[in-house]
Design a protein around this ligand. Structure first.
Ligand code: COA
Ligand code: ZN
Length: 315
């Protein structure tokens, strides 16, 4: 498999589990991650390094991260909202940090108990970790901007505030940028506008998109982001997901349907949807009370259609 045209990143084990009250055993999380990797997904956000008293589901974050690092294939990323979380992640061996803050002051206070300025100061502390140990020198840090397209607490979020945050992240040493529609408010024209500017400002650094399908516009927004030059998307197994500190939040875009959209548009993802069924079935068995979404695994691929990823694999 050559490089994919578009990176799809599995976030089912992080975003997908945030609202799930049933603790998924560490071994089941790892079996799920192995199945996602076996299907060809090139990148997995594996867990969230937060205090267990804040989200009990991630009490095993270090064990899950350590276990995932031995899975052949995917890049392993984890989320952290502060320096402590990032340090714990690096100690567990992860070398790709996704740092989260929210553009909306109100959501940032609810989510991480800090103002946006305080969170940027924390980001500087995370960047400074690179200098603390030689083996941390090349750690890659993604700057995630939650609530980039609106917030259930504050309402509207000004796109200029988002772009100022992008500038701040880049000036402080972010290697990658992620804009998240945490609560599924965005429409394609807003996506188009903000990602065009962000891709330009990032000047070649990767820009990721993270969409929730709360109001049914998830895949329309993916298409708009693709046209704006985005080549990396988060999605989760069966569309599990949601932020526990954003009232009314619901699922991520569905990985299976995202892969279908991209491959139908001729873009290789590296993902074999048939093999991905195993990942979905592990998650469904582990979480019988959760609703799993998605249409393509039910309906099957269109007759006569060979996804470019499979066509290349057969060459
Ligand atoms: N992992 C583990 N322990 C942590 C930690 C982390 N990431 N961050 C802080 N702690 C510990 C501190 O060491 C301290 O421990 P002590 O009481 O034994 O001294 C305690 O937690 C409180 O630390 P403090 O810095 O005051 O944190 P806080 O209580 O203000 O909480 C966050 C701040 C960011 C840790 C918390 O709001 C949080 O985890 N939010 C996460 C939200 C999230 O993941 N949302 C979904 C994804 S967007
Ligand atoms: Zn999310």
């Amino acid at each position: 498999m050559k490089q994919p045209d578009v990176i799809v990143r599995e976030v089912g084990l992080r975003d997908g589990l945030q609202l799930v009250k049933t603790f998924v055993p560490t071994e089941t999380k790892l079996a799920w991650a192995r199945a996602v990797a076996a299907a060809g997904v090139p990148e997995i956000e594996i867990t969230n390094f937060v205090p267990p008293k804040v989200i009990a589901q991630f009490a095993d974050a270090a064990d899950v991260a350590r276990g995932a690092l031995s899975i052949p294939g995917p890049k392993i990323v984890a989320l952290a909202p502060n320096r402590k979380g990032a340090e714990n992640m690096l100690l567990a061996g992860v070398r790709n940090v996704n740092f989260v803050l929210s553009v909306s002051e109100e959501h940032n206070l609810a989510n991480v108990r800090k103002t946006v300025d305080q969170s940027f100061a924390e980001f500087e502390n995370v960047v400074a970790l690179r200098a603390e140990r030689p083996e941390w020198k090349n750690v890659r840090i993604q700057g995630c901007l939650a609530t980039s397209f609106g917030c259930t607490i504050r309402g509207k979020v000004d796109p200029n505030d988002v772009l100022r945050c992008v500038d701040r992240y880049l000036a402080l040493g972010a290697d990658e940028i992620l804009l998240a529609d945490t609560v599924g408010y965005a429409a394609p024209s807003e996506i188009s506008n903000l990602f065009h500017h962000t891709v330009a400002i990032a000047a070649g650094k990767p820009v990721y998109a993270h969409f929730h399908d709360t109001r049914g516009l998830g895949l329309a927004n993916v298409y708009a982001a693709l046209e704006a030059g985005v080549r990396a998307f988060d999605a989760s197994t069966g569309g599990l997901g949601g932020c526990p500190f954003a009232p009314g939040a619901s699922g991520n875009i569905v990985m299976e349907d995202l892969v279908f959209l991209l491959e139908k548009e001729g873009l290789k993802t590296g993902v074999d949807l048939d093999k991905y069924r195993a990942a979905r079935s592990i998650a469904e068995t582990a979480l019988p009370d959760e609703k799993f979404y998605g249409t393509i695994l039910k309906a099957g691929l269109p007759k006569g259609f060979t996804p470019p990823t499979l066509a290349e694999a057969a060459e």
